[in-house]
Design a protein around this ligand. Structure first.
Ligand code: AMP
Ligand code: MN
Ligand code: MN
Ligand code: MN
Length: 281
């Protein structure tokens, strides 16, 4: 049953490589019945995805993955079941995209100082007027022969203490949850194991998140190991959070994450789609 839900995915509207329609078709072909499109800091792909989903009989959850800074660390919060017309949400997302644009320019300047010219122009060309993320820089640097793979670019250029790293003050947790709430969505902490927080720090994050109206934890993620899933399932049960599952699929190039292959949610975790607030547009 769980395998039919995938509540975290990306399209060309952010840093995925498939169009929203092609993503929905790939999900349908992989046996997914309910898909959330959760592009970074934008809902621009939703309309096209919803049209494609309707044609195929797949149910689309209108979502987004919001960039948040919490205790000087970047944390991603998914909003699921969003009213994309909501002005509060859209103003918040626009603010995040402005931060992205100025960061992209600064990444370009820093890479130029490190001897890699044209990266800002190159990344923007790949983004084609949509949001610019580190993934676009990564693809550009690989294409220019500066690294062998996207992973290598991140490792050598785009993470803390590397030449193209720029730290950003994203939205506060409080603001991000207010925007999701205004749009009628359910907030979920994305890929919690990726933050490498101590157990007590993660409980602290969960505590603040709950106080601010957050309710879900992405227990099953394409980037979680089996151990990560077990750890997050225990946290989810102890804190009485709703459990979510999502691949974080970015397209067929990222071959380590495939659609339709998520493990089931562990026993005792209440799925987010059993919440009384769950609704599909
Ligand atoms: P951004 O939101 O622009 O800072 O970029 C974050 C995105 O970069 C994530 O959503 C992933 O798609 C990608 N990413 C982050 N770290 C890595 C990594 N080590 N290898 C490959 N992709 C990564
Ligand atoms: Mn991404
Ligand atoms: Mn993420
Ligand atoms: Mn994601």
């Amino acid at each position: 049953m769980t395998a039919r839900y995938d509540l975290h995915s990306h399209s060309l509207a952010s840093d995925g490589t498939l169009t929203p329609a092609a993503l929905v078709q790939a999900a349908h072909a992989a046996g997914i019945g309910v898909l959330a499109l959760t592009d970074h800091d934008t809902t621009d792909g939703i309309r096209e995805a919803a049209d494609a989903a309707q044609a195929l009989g797949l149910r689309l959850v209108q979502g987004a993955e919001l960039s948040v800074t919490w205790q000087a660390q970047t944390v991603h919060i998914l909003g699921l079941g969003l009213d994309t017309e909501n002005a509060v949400l859209q103003a918040g997302l626009a603010q995040l995209r402005e931060s992205r644009d100025s960061r992209a320019e600064e990444i370009g300047r820093r890479l130029a100082r490190a001897g890699i010219g044209g990266a800002w122009t190159g990344a923007r060309a790949l983004a084609q007027g949509r949001i610019v993320g580190r993934m676009h820089f990564a693809h550009y640097l690989v294409a220019q022969g500066h690294a062998a793979s996207v992973r290598d670019v991140f490792r050598h250029f785009l993470v803390n203490n590397k030449p193209g790293y720029v730290s950003v003050q994203w939205a506060s947790l409080e603001d991000a949850l207010a925007w999701i709430r205004a749009a009628g969505g359910i907030a979920v902490i994305a890929h919690p194991a990726r933050y490498r927080m101590t157990a007590s720090k993660l409980r602290h994050l969960v505590g603040e998140f709950r106080e601010l109206g957050g309710s879900g934890l992405e227990v099953v993620s394409g980037s979680h190991t089996r151990d990560n899933v077990d750890t997050m399932a225990a946290l989810c049960r102890n804190e009485r959070l709703l459990a979510s599952c999502g691949s974080d699929y970015h397209g067929p190039e990222n071959c380590w994450i495939r659609l339709g292959e998520l493990p089931d949610l562990p026993a005792g975790c209440k799925p987010v789609w059993q919440s009384e607030r769950w609704r599909l547009q």
